[in-house]
Write a protein that binds this ligand. Structure first.
Ligand code: SAM
Length: 226
């Protein structure tokens, strides 16, 4: 997988993506990225990439001429994604959809200020993706969330392979069950007996029941989705 990342803050990458399994996958060439500094296409020597909104209102908008040139500088753009609170909400199902897409190149457009001129979205047929119902200051964090959640689903990224992801929240049709490790007693709190029993059938039943209860309590919407 390759990501072209358009941003006014290229120094923010790889950022969190340099650590852990995703960072190792980057070193191993399982994924790659290239940042494109939007300011390299600024309209003047002051580095201006934005302007006031037509129609009035607070906040600046990223200019279409600047973004158009920045996008056109990329030879193979693949699928273009603009991170925006208006976009399709990113969930595990959508992440799988992107990962399984025939297209293995993604161009990620990170907005700043109030966002980007609508004509850029229309001109390039850009897909809008939101990472949640809140407003960030910029698309860079969203791009890192998108890359992290995608890359960890690629082959040879997680130690346990497909099994590591298969048992996770959302993959199991709900939220994960409680997890425990050594010591078996900590500050007087004991690990549930069944997990120490070695009885795989009982352990599986317990986990399923815990997962169902937690999902019902915290995210009943996921049960409806099943
Ligand atoms: N004016 C926009 C609105 O009301 O929808 C918010 C702009 S926000 C301050 C600046 C940039 O942050 C956006 O252009 C977008 O790239 C990014 N951003 C903010 N919230 C986001 C979210 N929930 N998901 C993805 N990107 C987001």
């Amino acid at each position: 997988m390759h990501f072209n990342i358009l941003t006014v803050f290229p120094e923010m990458f790889p950022g969190t993506l340099s650590g852990g399994v995703v960072g190792r996958a980057l070193v191993n060439g399982i994924w790659s990225y290239k940042t494109i500094n939007i300011r390299d296409f600024a309209i003047n020597n002051y580095g201006s990439v934005d302007d006031e909104q037509f129609g009035g209102g607070a906040g600046m908008v990223m200019r279409p001429d600047v973004l158009g040139q920045a996008l056109d500088s990329i030879k193979d753009k693949g699928k273009i994604i603009y991170f925006s609170p208006r976009g399709a909400l990113l969930n595990q199902k959508l992440v799988h959809k992107f990962v399984n897409d025939e297209e293995k190149i993604f161009t990620l457009l990170c907005g700043r200020y109030e966002g980007i001129d609508q004509r850029v979205i229309d001109e390039y047929g850009i897909t809008e993706v939101s990472i949640g119902d809140y407003v960030l200051s910029g698309g860079e964090l969203a791009a890192q969330v998108f890359i992290d959640s995608s890359v960890r689903l690629l082959d040879n990224v997680l130690g346990g392979g497909a099994e590591s992801t298969a048992n996770e929240s959302f993959e199991i049709g709900g939220l994960e069950w409680p997890l425990y490790t050594r010591p078996s007693v900590w500050r007087g709190h004991k690990v549930p007996e069944v997990l120490l029993s070695g009885h795989h059938g009982n352990i599986e039943r317990w986990r399923k029941q815990q997962s169902d209860e937690i999902t019902k309590e915290r995210r009943p919407d996921l049960i409806k989705e099943k």
